[in-house]
Write a protein that binds this ligand. Structure first.
Ligand SMILES: CCOCCOc1ccc(-c2cn(C[C@@H]3NC[C@@H](O)[C@H]3O)nn2)cc1
Length: 447
């Protein structure tokens, strides 16, 4: 057996998001978001599930904070619901919305847990969607004003911000594939919304810098890994495109001030151009303090003309899968992290999401989610290998503290260390919670 010791100064935590856990959808002045609209549209979400109640963390957050205190985390990543702060996206601040997040943040700080705040985790105010949402450049200004409001209100309390969560999901998954809100299916809309989300990221960074408050700011792209099926150039290029859709497309503009030509050329073949206005890339490439990385899965892929937007297809290698059907692929975690380090340099990295879906239920009060423990062991082993390779990993937050609303899958898919009974809202720590609790006491793995 080998002992893998993690750096003593690494920070460890868990993560959630507003629409997925809060509930209280119409409480204290919250306005509707695009996910309230999308979820209530028949056919979009499993069995018509929505975020009206979710885990009721809006009311039960003291219990959730106590669970994290007993877990032993250093940090907690949560998101602020823009529609609680500006019910119509812009205009007058809803003080009751701000007050809720001050109660949450004060509870975290009193418990010795560092708040890590995501400004945008997909719950765009519906009122802005009525004017085109992220397809409309005006939404960028609205986001910058919302971000500044949060920076000013939480000065001295929140010192780590993430601007945009998973811009690939908020743009292409939501406006090209159409599986997430608002459910459009247009490649041009995907490219436009991705560009505007990244400008919004840059504007929030500029605003944070101008205020000169203590703290750090970054963003949280999600990445996947595609390993070429063969050594052919065709397979390598197909994998480069598929991986680059998540990686190069959302990293080059920030770190290089330009879009990757191999992908802009590919989109041009589809008749799609990025709606760049002079100065956009200067805004997007504002220096950041750290990079959040969300990683779940990957796989082997090969060239197959017409099989996808990038002429690629996955080749099933018989990898074990989680209950949501995603490959368990820790090798991809190591490979994507070392590629990021090789391509974009020594930017400090926090793993802002990594976790697995296992739908185990309590039996006599015990939730034996052994699969989640195995997933964590394998991915922390891969993370340790990346750290040993020189990747500057500063922290790790597992997705998620609680079972919660998994978007189009509704409550049918469970990612939590803590089981939630959605009828009674009773929380039950799973075996993986106790495994992570023990790990956090030593910060080493025996493999
Ligand atoms: C090609 C067709 O594809 C259709 C579905 O395609 C995807 C891709 C990716 C996801 C996805 C979901 N998550 C977990 C979340 N991350 C943020 C947090 O809110 C978690 O709930 N990450 N990625 C879902 C669906």
């Amino acid at each position: 057996m080998t002992i893998l010791q993690f750096p003593k100064d690494m920070k460890w935590g868990t993560a959630t998001a507003s629409y997925q856990i809060e509930g209280a959808a119409r409480k204290d002045g919250r306005g509707p978001s695009i996910w309230d609209t999308f979820a209530k549209t028949p056919g979009n979400v499993f069995k018509g599930h929505d975020g009206d109640v979710a885990c009721d963390s809006y009311h039960r957050f003291p219990e959730d904070v106590q669970l994290m205190k007993e877990l032993g985390v250093d940090m907690y990543r949560f998101s602020i619901a823009w529609p609680r702060i500006f019910p119509k996206g812009t205009g007058e601040v809803n003080e009751e919305g701000l007050a809720y997040y001050h109660r949450l943040v004060d509870s975290l700080l009193d418990s010795g847990i560092e708040p890590v705040c995501t400004l945008y985790h997909w719950d765009l105010p519906q009122a802005l969607q009525e004017n085109g949402g992220w397809e409309n450049r005006d939404t960028i200004d609205a986001f910058a004003a919302y971000a500044e409001t949060i920076f000013r209100s939480f000065e001295g309390k929140i010192k780590k911000y993430l601007t945009i969560n998973e811009p690939w999901c908020a743009s292409f998954l939501s406006n090209y594939i159409g599986a997430h809100a608002p459910g459009k299916q247009s490649l041009q809309a995907g490219v436009d919304t991705a560009h505007h989300l990244m400008i919004a990221h840059g504007r929030a960074v500029q605003s944070f810098r101008a205020l000169s408050f203590e703290g750090e700011i970054g963003y949280a792209p999600n990445v996947e890994w595609n390993e070429p099926y063969s050594s052919s150039e065709e397979d390598a290029e197909a994998c480069r495109r598929a991986t680059g859709w998540f990686l190069d497309w959302f990293f080059d503009p920030v770190f290089k001030g330009s879009y990757p030509e191999f992908l802009t050329d590919w989109f041009a073949k589809e008749g799609v151009q990025v709606p760049i206005v002079e100065g956009d890339l200067d805004i997007i490439s504002q220096p950041i303090d750290f990079l959040g990385i969300n990683y779940y899965t990957g796989g082997v892929a090969r060239y197959q003309k017409g099989a996808s937007l990038f002429d690629h297809e996955r080749v099933d290698q018989g990898y074990e899968k989680t209950d949501i059907g995603w490959n368990i692929y820790p090798e991809g975690f190591y490979k994507i992290l070392t590629k990021i380090h090789q391509q974009y340099g020594d930017m400090p990295i926090y793993i802002t999401e990594n976790g697995s879906c296992y739908n185990d239920e309590p039996v006599d009060g015990v939730v034996a989610d052994d699969g989640r423990i195995r997933y964590l062991e394998k991915h922390l082993t891969a993370l340790h290998r990346a750290i040993q390779s020189g990747v500057p990993i500063k922290g790790y937050m597992t997705w998620s503290l609680l079972d919660n609303f998994e978007w189009a899958e509704g409550y049918n898919m469970r990612f939590g260390l803590v089981h939630v009974n959605y009828r009674t809202l009773v929380r039950t720590e799973k075996e993986s919670y106790f495994w992570y609790q023990q790990f956090l006491k030593t910060k080493w793995l025996e493999v």
